[in-house]
Design a protein around this ligand. Sequence first.
Ligand SMILES: [Zn+2]
Length: 400
Amino acid sequence: MRKVKFFSKALNEQFEVERIIGEFHGEEDGPVLVFFGGIHGNESSGVVALIQVMDEIKKMNPQIRGSIYAIAGNMNSLEKEQRYEKEDLNRIWTKERIRRIEKGEYELSELNADELEQLELFNIGKEIFAKHAHQVYCIDLHTTSAPTVPFITLNDTLINRDFATKFPVPVIIGIEEFLVGPLLSWVMEIGYPSLAFEAGEHYSKDSVKFHKAFVWLSLVYGGLIDRSDVPDFWKHHLTLAASNSNHGTVMEVFHRKGVTPEEQFKMKPGYANLQSIEKGEKLATNIDGDILSPEEGRVFMPLYQAQGSDGFFLARDVNPIWLKLSASLRKMRFDTVLTWLPGVKRDEREQHTLIVNRTVARFLAVELFHLLGYRTKTRLNDTFRFSKREYDVRGVAQKQ
Ligand SMILES: [Zn+2]
């Protein structure tokens, strides 16, 4: 088994890690939780947290329902203390690449270091998904380059929302509209719910503490370990609760500033994640000059590291009434009503996609589609395609 050594700047300590950090199977069948840490090699916090929690579980030997997996992400880059070698491992899980991997349409010698990591993770994931009849829930642990309160990002499905709002941290939805090929898009394509947890700044000690707390709470909220079997349950809960004053807040990403190395993007120093900003505020510069905020809102994940293609995002608070309304409309399957309109039809091959002709799309607000869980919009000739995740309401309690 391949092992790498890596250094945690946060704890000033060296660790050694294998791809499978830990694996536990209860006698009782039940839910499956899969944790990923270090998908970005410069984010060792999640890996350290997983190593420590897996050790604690081993010592405590609690009763477990279902299965737990903890998996290390970009091992090559973790060892080299870099985000990635050639390509961001969290941006290469596109449908096309997955199709090529599945069909074996690649030469091992042609794959770069990050693609080799992807191949290993893909094979492990496939094995886990095939092995369990129960629902698999994936949790991806990250950190950010700017200081931040801990937060969750997820695809806005009702199952994801129900799980995420149990944690005393803000929840950010809608990022999937702006990201190409994150690991979790593959998981969700298969039909499994998932979320990402950003614990704090890359090298902060608190990030490890928040990651550990999050892993423990996930095991309890996921129904794998009883609350009474986790002696520090309330300590973990309070640790997260004390980290922020945004409990129960749901925010929505509405803008992304993508960057290329050529444009010499530079974020204005001093922004904390989720900090409020005005319309027209100078946020960054590039070779063309100042970059101003197109709207008021909150600056989300500002880029303060050399590698990465997302300069910043903008987010805004979502009204709780909207959340309630959208949950009710989705449970009612209100999207069926939309297909009664002229110019709106369901894709026969992809049940969870609505095809809307351009003229009609002009009159239907994007918000309406968001309300019903249709988040990704692609344009094809004279039509728009709005898609949502298929397990939105019914879930995937049993594999097909
Ligand atoms: Zn990351």
